[in-house]
Structure formats: structure tokens, C-alpha cells
Design a protein around this ligand. Structure first.
Ligand SMILES: *Cc1c(COP(=O)(O)O)cnc(C)c1O
Length: 435
């Protein structure tokens, strides 16, 4: 196994990491909520995956229902092009997505990753505006602190500083940014408005009124900003953006790639504000982490405008669109999202609050917050990622901190003991490394 790490080094890029950066851990096996890992020095760790593999593996690894679905599809066919062809897994998945997403969302575009689904949503919005006689509307309103993916269109609506826009002049378009909305008040699984909401809404009104003639859509992560800082904001800000979108003829695009499918304790992030978007992007947990897949679901009004336009089509079509293996995994994963599982997510939230509470007393910790099955420990400075990762592994927990954040988005199948172990592992690792 340690030979694997030698072969990896200098050869394979890892996400946002130098080719000669710190060695990764080699995965020997993944089963249930456990990862079996080997470090460069040959040490082995069995750890609970507190990250759900970047928020995807909500049912854990080697789930019998998902395994069976993918095996069965391999025995039929693994891939066919989607141009001119269709198949049961794709149609079934689209039906399920329309059933699960808010009422008005009725038409589904299958994309190959979250970032690509954001690209498709941006193009959809520009095409919609052109189709309704407003071809000059090609920019987007987005929030500071947001994250929407790593392709260049998606990057343009990410936080301009964290997203390093200045490194890619000419490649990343200039968008209209609103300040990060005021923080939500989180307690006992509820999301309430914090202070400063009225001032923020006034500013949003003014900014959007100024730029409305150039803007096609407002693009937001509903209520919880994920990779941009694990930050929950006041739901009334989302309600206000819905109203402003209607007032100025903009589309509201909800990027639910991180928040979708129950993660925040509601089925979708928009549900915390009772808002229905015009376009929704879903990804990450869509396939239960079995394969890359995302989807863009939109309202009939939007789809009809495009159908009436000279192009008639949404102008996108990736090679692996609607991949049958990915769609089969997604159908199986969604079939497991029962009301009981949604209830379990809220239970995980309650358990996380208790399990992470001791971290709040540490000198290095600035904030501890929990929303649904998302638990966040924010430090007063940057995390020593290597040291905290190792200290957590010593406690049987796999985490991947970033910036000033050590957080968990555990698989929904974790039991109370596993959630307690995740909380203790995170608090213990932070205490050991940062005090
Ligand atoms: C992860 C993420 C994306 C990008 O998805 P990829 O599958 O990594 O391309 C976009 N938006 C949000 C909110 C995300 O969390």
C-alpha cells in the first residue's frame, strides 16, 4: 500500500493540492460508515467518515440497495449516448426529481457534475431572458461567501476573493455581488433570522434595481453556504431575493448541490424560507456518492420560453449525459430517502449539538454551530489541516478541515454512538492541536 503513495506522488493531482504536497491516505476499503486507511508511514486507521466523502455518501459505502441497483444496470448496459436515445433509469430519475423538488419544478436536465449543472443553469437563464425579449441580460447576481463549483462560469458566481477571480482575468466573468447576508440564529434544529436583515434587504433592493437590466438570474445556495464557509444565513434574505427576482424579471436559481436531500434538516434549503426557485441544481448526494451526476430542474414557464425561442433547445449536451449507471444509483438512493430517514437527519442534528458542545469551551474555538446533519467548529485562525486530520484519525474519525473550519456532514446512516464519536473526535483533535 505505501508503494501506492509513492506512485501517486508527483503523478496525480489532488484537489487544490500541490503535486509534492502532503501525502494522502490510501483507502484499503470503505464499508458502511467506515473507511480503512493507510498512512505513508504504514500506519492503518479505521475511521468513521464524518465527511460522507464530500457530502455525497449519505447512505454510507457498499449499501446493499445501491450496490444491487448498479450491478443490475451493469448487467443491462453501462452507458449509451443520450442524443436520440433514452432509457428507463434516466426517465425514472427525472420523474423522482420532479416528485421530490418543489411543486412548480417540472423539467429535468441531467448533467455530469455539480459545476456543470451550474453552467447549465446559467445558460438556461441567459437563454430564457433572450427568449423573452431581453438578450442584454447576461450577468448574474450572487452572494459574497458563495461557492458554486470550479468550472469558469460557476467560478464567476463564487466569492470573488475566495474564488481567486484575479488569477483568471478574461476567463471568469464579472458578476454583481451582494454582501454575505446576516447570520441565522440556529437552535434546536430551527433557523431564525439574525439582526441586520432589514439593512441587508435594503442594500439588495438597491443593487438589484441598479443592475437589473444586465442581469439574467440571482444564483444562491439557499440558507446554508457550504464550501464558502459553512455559514447559515437569515431565511428572510432568501424570501427577499425571491421577491426581487419577481419584481425585476430575474430567475432565482437555487444551488442545492450541498443542501439538497435533507442535509440541513429540511428536504431542500429553500424549504427553510418557504421559497420556490425557478431553477434548482442538485448533485453531490444525488447518487448517494456512487457516481458523478447532477441535475437542473426548472419551472414550466422557463422551459416553455426556451421551447418557443428560435433555438428551441437548451444548448448543452455532455457526452455522459444521463449515464445509466449513475441514474440507477440515484434512483436507488432517492428510494431510501424516506420520511423516517429525514427524521433521522434531525435526530443527528440534536446529537451533534450535544456531541460538539464541549468544543465551544476551547480557547481556540470561535463558534460551534449545527444545522440539520451539519456540525461546524470554527476556530479563531487557520486550522493546521494535517495535524487535525491525523489527531482525528487517532480518535477513529475522518475529517477534512479547511480554512478556519473543522466540520462534519456525516452519513445519514450513522447511529447515535457514531455521532457521539464524531463530536468527541473533532473536539479532541482541535483541543490537542490548537488548545
Ligand atoms: C460541491 C458544490 C458544487 C460543485 O459540484 P461538483 O460536483 O464538485 O462540480 C456546486 N455548488 C455547491 C453548493 C457545492 O457544494
Amino acid at each position: 500500500m505505501s508503494r501506492l503513495l509513492e506512485r501517486d506522488r508527483g503523478l496525480v493531482w489532488h484537489p487544490y493540492a500541490a503535486l509534492d504536497g502532503p501525502a494522502p491516505y490510501a483507502v484499503r476499503a470503505a464499508d458502511g460508515v467506515q473507511l480503512d486507511l493507510e498512512a505513508g508511514d504504514g500506519r492503518r486507521f479505521t475511521a468513521i467518515d464524518a465527511m460522507s466523502s464530500w457530502w455525497c455518501a449519505i447512505h454510507g459505502y457498499r449499501h446493499p440497495v445501491l450496490d444491487a441497483a448498479v450491478h443490475a444496470q451493469v448487467d443491462r448496459f453501462s452507458h449509451v449516448m443520450f442524443g436520440g436515445l433514452t432509457h428507463e433509469p434516466a426517465v425514472r430519475l427525472a420523474e423522482e426529481l420532479v416528485r421530490l423538488t418543489p411543486e412548480g419544478l417540472r423539467h429535468v436536465f441531467l448533467a455530469d457534475s455539480g459545476s456543470v449543472s451550474v453552467e447549465v443553469a446559467l445558460k438556461l437563464a441567459v437563454q430564457y431572458q433572450a427568449a423573452t425579449g431581453r438578450p442584454g441580460r447576461r450577468r448574474f447576481v450572487a452572494l459574497r461567501g458563495g461557492y458554486h463549483g470550479d468550472t469558469t462560469g460557476a467560478m464567476s458566481v463564487c466569492d470573488p476573493v475566495d474564488g481567486m477571480h484575479s488569477l483568471f482575468p478574461g476567463l471568469v466573468s464579472d458578476q454583481v455581488f451582494l454582501p454575505r447576508p446576516p447570520a441565522a440564529v440556529l437552535a434546536d434544529g430551527t433557523v431564525a433570522d439574525g439582526s441586520g436583515v432589514d439593512d441587508w434587504i435594503t442594500l439588495a433592493e438597491r443593487t438589484i434595481a441598479t443592475f437589473a437590466d444586465e442581469v439574467a438570474a440571482i444564483v444562491v445556495e439557499p440558507v446554508l453556504q457550504g464550501a464558502g464557509g459553512m455559514f447559515a444565513y437569515s431565511p428572510r434574505c432568501l424570501t427577499a431575493l425571491r421577491e426581487l427576482a419577481d419584481r425585476h424579471g430575474l430567475l432565482l436559481v437555487a444551488d442545492e448541490i450541498a443542501t439538497g436531500f435533507g442535509r440541513t434538516g429540511a428536504r431542500f434549503g429553500v424549504d427553510h424560507a418557504g421559497v420556490e426557485p425557478d431553477v434548482m441544481c442538485v448533485g453531490k448526494a444525488l447518487t448517494g456518492g456512487y457516481a458523478t451526476l447532477a441535475a437542473v430542474v426548472c419551472r414550466t414557464r422557463v422551459a416553455e420560453a426556451i421551447t418557443r425561442s428560435p433555438q428551441r433547445a437548451l444548448l448543452h449536451g455532455p457526452t455522459f449525459m444521463g449515464n445509466p449507471l449513475a441514474c440507477s444509483a440515484a434512483v436507488a438512493s432517492l428510494s431510501l430517502l424516506t420520511p423516517a430517514l429525514e427524521e433521522r437527519v434531525r435526530g443527528i442534528g440534536t446529537e451533534l449539538e450535544a456531541a460538539l458542545a464541549p468544543a465551544a469551551g476551547l480557547a481556540s474555538v470561535k463558534d460551534v454551530r449545527v444545522l440539520g446533519a451539519v456540525g461546524v467548529v470554527q476556530l479563531d485562525g487557520p486550522v493546521d489541516v494535517q495535524a487535525v486530520t491525523r489527531a482525528a484519525l487517532e480518535r477513529g474519525i475522518w475529517v477534512r478541515p479547511f480554512r478556519d473550519l473543522v466540520y462534519t456532514m456525516p452519513p445519514y446512516v450513522c447511529g447515535p454512538d457514531e455521532i457521539a464519536a464524531i463530536g468527541a473526535g473533532i473536539a479532541g483533535a482541535v483541543a490537542e492541536v490548537h488548545g
